[in-house]
Design a protein around this ligand. Structure first.
Ligand code: GLN
Length: 206
């Protein structure tokens, strides 16, 4: 299995390391041709404005949007979640629009820049998952087709999935717990359709 990790900015090296620990090859993706032959893609945490700008500059935005619409599995962590959201309260425009959620960037305010907490992930059972949050987005609205995979004890939505797109507001790549990486690999093997970046006709959704 080959899972690409978008390597324009942010915590891509840590994701690559996590996949390596699972014996999965995770090449860095910087150019459209790097999307070739992948079964899935991770969009890491970082700065969504920077990653968004570079996605456009490196001409990755259109092929990637088409691939995601055609069923290509994708997982965004933190800034990656913002880029996958249909609406964001303070990005100039939506980007990949893969998940029917609204997010507010840095929505917890400056005083809670970064923190760790244990969360229940019903799909994983026990033990609880140690979630590392770094200036995370707040999910303010969840559309009807979106599954909520985890909430904090206070009820905030922090992990969701809509079809082939997974998003977490926290950073599983910064802990030794590989359950979200394993979950994504399972998603890839179940939902995986062969989608190539160049075959535009095959990417047309109906
Ligand atoms: N606050 C960042 C943003 O708005 C996200 C932070 C992160 O990815 N850890 O893009």
């Amino acid at each position: 299995m080959r899972i690409g990790v978008l390597a324009l900015q942010g915590s891509f090296a840590e994701h690559i390391q996590s996949f390596r620990r699972l014996d999965v090859s995770a090449p860095e993706v910087r150019l459209p041709e790097h999307l070739e032959g992948l079964q899935g893609l991770v969009i890491p945490g970082g700065e969504s404005t920077t990653i968004g700008r570079l996605l456009t500059e490196y001409q990755l935005l259109s092929p990637l949007s088409r691939m995601i619409a055609a069923g290509f599995p994708v997982w965004g962590t933190c800034a990656g979640m913002i880029l996958l959201a249909r609406r964001s309260t303070d990005l100039p425009h939506p980007l990949l629009t893969a998940i029917d959620i609204t997010v507010e960037r840095n929505g917890w305010g400056r005083q809670v820049d970064s923190y760790e907490t244990e969360i229940d992930v019903p799909a994983f059972g026990s033990p609880r998952f140690r979630a590392v949050f770094i200036r995370p987005p707040v999910v303010t609205n969840v559309g009807p087709g979106v599954d909520i995979l985890a909430r904090t004890d206070a009820g905030a939505v922090v992990a969701i999935r809509q079809a082939n797109a997974l998003a977490t507001a926290f950073h599983p790549e910064l802990t030794a717990d590989l359950r979200f990486h394993t979950y994504f690999l399972r998603m890839v093997s179940v939902t995986g359709t062969t989608v190539t970046p160049t075959a535009d006709t095959a990417l047309t959704t109906t």
